[in-house]
Design a protein around this ligand. Structure first.
Ligand code: HXC
Length: 257
């Protein structure tokens, strides 16, 4: 596949997408958004990939949706183009997606990062929702996901008063999983992703799905969803292998079935 706005790479069992519009701080134009999801869906379908990373460059993960592309659009043009619906494709990805964030993650860039399953942030990462400064609000999930991740008050401050979070704050408030030095931040994210890619694939998939259920529903329904994902794993070869390997005091050899 030839892409014009992203780069793709596979390191062992980790598929990496690098957003590559540095001249525009990796702002998401329509092409980049489509290419990003095409690449993630291709990795998702590839048996040799166990986990994925999306990253940008040291200065910018992504500075949001491309303002120049939508500045003069009417509501009906925005609706017709499915401007915000396009971002929902992230919800269809079954394997783990990690955002490796350095520099600016603003607007849609922040929204995309928090739509991923986990975030590795470089010390220079900055997260914010500056849409209010250009007369709009987040449209790719920011109001909902930030409120769930950070609680109401901080989400309000970010969305209404353009409060940005430093990497250290993102870690403190549970938005980032780890903060690592800028130098080598992608390697650190790859090492993290490789750990996940080496785990039992079906169990990882069921685990991701079950945790996500917590954001969709009541505790009672969420616990049912967890059970629905737990029991079928006992039909997999990997469950038999994993438990047998524990008893035999050896490393399991996962088959992904
Ligand atoms: C289009 C962008 C852009 C964006 C930066 N650029 N962000 N172009 N859309 N979101 C372009 C600039 O116009 C400039 O192009 C070049 O990238 C470098 O940016 P500078 O501003 O000169 O760099 P700097 O001074 O270092 O500031 C970096 C920055 C700032 C803090 C990231 O660019 C910024 O505030 N960007 C906008 C952030 C934002 O408001 N995002 C929310 C977008 S709305 P030229 O051609 O002048 O060199 C959104 C809604 C999503 O995301 C909902 C789903 C649709």
């Amino acid at each position: 596949m030839t892409y014009t706005t992203i780069l793709t790479e596979i390191r062992r069992r980790v598929g990496i997408v690098t957003l590559n519009r540095p001249q525009a701080m990796n702002a998401f134009n329509s092409t980049m958004l489509t290419e990003l999801f095409d690449a993630l869906e291709a990795f998702d379908a590839d048996e040799n990939i166990g986990a994925m990373i999306v990253t940008g460059n040291e200065k910018a993960f992504a500075a949001g949706a491309d303002i120049k592309e939508m500045a003069y659009a009417s509501p009906f043009e925005m609706i017709g183009q499915g401007r915000v619906e396009k971002w929902d494709r992230i919800r269809g990805i079954k394997k783990v997606v990690i955002a490796a964030v350095s520099g600016w993650a603003l607007g849609g860039g922040c929204e995309f990062a928090i739509s991923c399953d986990m975030i590795i942030a470089s010390e220079s990462a900055k997260f914010g929702q500056p849409e209010i400064t250009i007369g709009v609000i987040p449209g790719a999930g920011g109001t909902q996901r930030l409120a769930r991740l950070l609680g109401k008050n901080l989400a309000m401050e970010m969305v209404i008063n353009n409060r940005t979070l430093t990497a250290a704050e993102a870690l403190q408030f549970g938005l980032a999983n780890r903060v690592v030095p800028v130098d080598g931040y992608l390697d650190a994210a790859v090492a993290f992703a490789e750990e996940i890619a080496a785990r039992a694939p079906l169990a990882v998939r069921m685990a991701k799905d079950a945790v996500n259920a917590a954001f969709e529903t009541t505790l009672t329904e969420g616990l049912k969803a967890e059970k629905r994902n737990f029991y079928p794993l006992f039909s997999t070869e990997d469950q038999k292998e994993g438990m047998k390997a524990f008893i035999e005091k050896r490393k399991p050899n996962w088959k992904g079935r």
